[in-house]
Design a protein around this ligand. Structure first.
Ligand SMILES: *Cc1c(COP(=O)(O)O)cnc(C)c1O
Length: 377
């Protein structure tokens, strides 16, 4: 199999030391007490990265499991839940809320802009009787970044628990769980964290745990039940066999993140330079305001076919960028410059491949994307 350069907004490139960590000889994680120490240390390391004292859980499943587990564990029949929606993942939370018996109330924002905090404040003045609210940090299909600091602090003042999907934000955009009052912050292995897909992790506040424990009816799930891990460490008992090799890889990926002191600055400059290169080339960015530095979403020029463009990049340059889905399918392309992808050399190659592919399909860029990118970096 030839190895492509994957410049998609997840999964991202995996560094060699993460791949090697997944190949280490493993023990029986249910029986070997060393594993409990290792798992706990890894959770604590994730907590440190998220700037929280809250407990962290790593669940055996891809990012979507984290979204479902948060909703399954918090929602009881008839609970009113505020779903803050300015994108596909934002809206998608409603499905999980309903699935577990909750009553969804939407706050809908402009899909080309970050959530308007003043509008949200006005809305909450009229109605703030919600058990919890959901919000997406970076809504990846459009690349919009929400101001979760302001939003979560505001929700919390109204007594609403906060659930944040930062799968495509954390690691490339700042997140401070305790300072910003985030009750459940969830992420996944395959975006900025740059480990292969397969794990999700959540930080859970004491208040969120209390709400789960005081439910009238038990959580209607096993895999999505955030309480089943409650005393795993004290009892040295796992509810199911943890995927030890995946967790070894995840630990190495977080070791990499924690020593990388320039990581946010690097995402910031790569994001900014990419947007500038795209605009000067004569292409349009999809979002009007609230750009995430982890992904750039570009409108496909008139006359260019999305599938042909992506195919050309793979066939001629061996580089994958992504289209999008839902209402954006066929309309935009996305470059994921997150985690291991947020590197100058990879971006230069990707932009050159994009520009050359566009040209071969009939779109001539106004200015060279690589030149603008490097100037701006
Ligand atoms: C990637 C992602 C997830 C996980 O979903 P997959 O599409 O299955 O990878 C969840 N939320 C956001 C915002 C994501 O970007």
């Amino acid at each position: 199999m030839k190895v492509p350069l994957i410049m998609t907004p997840g999964p991202t490139q995996v560094r060699e030391n993460v791949r090697m960590a997944r190949a280490i000889v493993t023990t029986n994680p249910d029986l070997d007490l060393q594993f409990y120490e290792f798992y706990k240390e890894t959770c604590d390391e994730i907590g440190k990265f998220l700037k929280t004292k809250n407990e962290v859980r790593i669940l055996s499943g891809e990012g979507i499991l984290g979204l479902e587990a948060a909703c399954a564990s918090l929602t009881e029949n008839g609970d009113r839940v505020l779903v803050i929606d300015n994108g596909i993942f934002g809206e998608g939370f409603a499905d999980f809320v309903k699935m577990y018996g909750g009553e969804v109330v939407f706050f809908k924002g402009d899909r080309k802009r970050k959530i308007d905090v003043i509008e949200l404040e006005k809305f909450l003045e009229k109605d703030h009787n919600f058990k919890y609210a959901t919000i997406v940090h970076c809504d990846t299909p459009s690349g919009v970044l929400n101001d979760i600091e302001k939003i979560c602090k505001m929700l919390k003042k109204k007594g609403i628990l906060t659930v944040v999907d930062s799968v495509a934000g954390m690691g490339g955009e700042d997140i401070r769980v305790d300072e910003w009052a985030i009750d459940i912050a969830l992420g996944a292995s395959q975006k900025c964290v740059s480990a292969p897909a397969g794990l999700t992790f959540l930080s859970i506040s004491d208040e969120a745990f209390r709400v789960m424990q005081q439910r009238k009816k038990p959580i209607a799930s096993y895999y999505c039940n955030l309480l089943i891990w409650k005393d795993y460490y004290e009892k040295k008992w796992c509810p199911y066999t943890p995927p030890i090799s995946d967790i070894l890889g995840l630990r190495q990926a977080f070791d990499n993140l924690l020593i990388d002191k320039d990581i946010l600055e690097r995402h910031n400059s790569i994001g900014r330079a990419t947007r500038k290169a795209v605009k000067e080339a004569g292409l349009n960015l999809y979002i009007e305001e609230g750009y995430s530095n982890t992904v750039t979403v570009i409108e496909i020029p008139v006359g260019i076919n999305c599938k042909e463009l992506l195919k050309n990049m793979v066939d001629e340059f061996n580089v994958f960028i992504a289209g999008s889905f839902g209402y954006l399918e066929g309309k935009v392309i996305r470059i994921g410059h997150m985690g291991e992808n947020a590197k100058k050399d990879k971006m230069v190659y990707t932009l050159l491949a994009l520009q050359t592919s566009l040209k071969s399909l009939g779109f001539e860029c106004g200015r060279g994307m690589v030149e603008v990118f490097l100037d701006e970096l």
